[in-house]
Design a protein around this ligand. Sequence first.
Ligand SMILES: Cc1ncc(COP(=O)(O)O)c(C=O)c1O
Length: 431
Amino acid sequence: MATGDAERALAQAGEAYLPGGLARVYPQGTRINSGGRVEIGGCDTVELAREFGTPAYVYAEDDMRARARATVEAFAARTERFEVVYASKAFPCTAAMRIFAEEGLSCDVASGGELHLALRAGFAPERIYMHGNNKSEPELEYAVTSGVGHIVVDSFDEIERLERVGGASAQPVLLRVTPGIDTDTHLKIQTGQLDSKFGIPLAHLERAVERCATAGLQLRGLHAHIGSQVNDLSVYEALTDVLRDIGDFPLLNLGGGFAIAYTREDRPPPVAEYAEAMLRRVPDGVTVLCEPGRSLVGNAGVTLYTVGTVKEIPGVRTYVSVDGGMSDNIRPMLYGATYEADLVERLGDSVPCRLVGMHCESGDVLVPEAALENPRPGDVLAVGATGAYGHAMANNYNAVCRPPVIFCRGGEARVVVRRETYDDLTRRDAE
Ligand SMILES: Cc1ncc(COP(=O)(O)O)c(C=O)c1O
């Protein structure tokens, strides 16, 4: 399978710098510097922790650009009729969205707030796709008055709401379909199965197509997102077959779900294979849209923490606590997402331990079965592959301040989202 130049460069750059499968987990260009410390985007992670504090979300800017380019290349090598749409929910950060707008991607937004960010980041309104299984009338009005290119209609109630929004009559729309396809991913991130809150079941599609016509909406195509972290690519072929059978439309949006490496054992398929699977059964003349989120940002980001306590319980286990946890990465708690951790000055695995956060929940576990090299209070620790759905799902549990987002490039680091302060925590108090 031919891979694009950008993707090949990315793989090569990674493998040259970090041992074993770690290069797949950490951002492109990550390496161990002459001081024996992990360096991201040319920046020493211990220095980053000192300058910006921890926890901190640290991203290699070049990694995001390279993955955007590799995705575009993978499709461009096979067709002229395609669009790569960034699923902004993965990392709804204006600076990152600006990068993807500059790289020529379109944008998927799933709320009025994400639409606000996308417009602020510089996406042309006509390149925006408005999603959501329960869009409110004000959100639909915001989308229509902003000139959003496509609204992805998810229900009959939404069509009624659109009828009430002035100026929506000629709005281009896609219909989100529930294709009835199960994927190999965790149940909570599957979305294509029949029993789902997302989309319109196949049994109701004919009526939905007619309903769009009576509402005067301009139905341009179909959409389905069957799940995330998809490794079995045959589901995209099955999906294309289902959508093709529904009717002839100029646009087919096959969603995202491209898998990433969360651990050094993970070997996600190259993006070229996703493009191949998505395009294989698409009829000539149809434009295919893909909607990746995590694969554009997940491996670009790392969370830096400081180890606070190392507690050995004889005969039981060792707990290593860091200064963040479920407030900056709720995915392990939410659906058992798997991560690994490394001390940035000492890669190694001499001490089996449980990596936990600082929150008042026993379930606040980042890595249940971690292995660190002689962990001590004060050590800077990195959890890789936290670039997607980390910052996005961050919360203020225990009134912790949400971490900053730091972009690194060529040895320069800059804050693109500042750390919250205690004043931020009371800013919305009405009394
Ligand atoms: C409609 C839609 N498109 C795209 C995505 C992006 O998925 P991923 O980040 O796995 O690529 C999602 C994720 O929930 C989604 O709901």
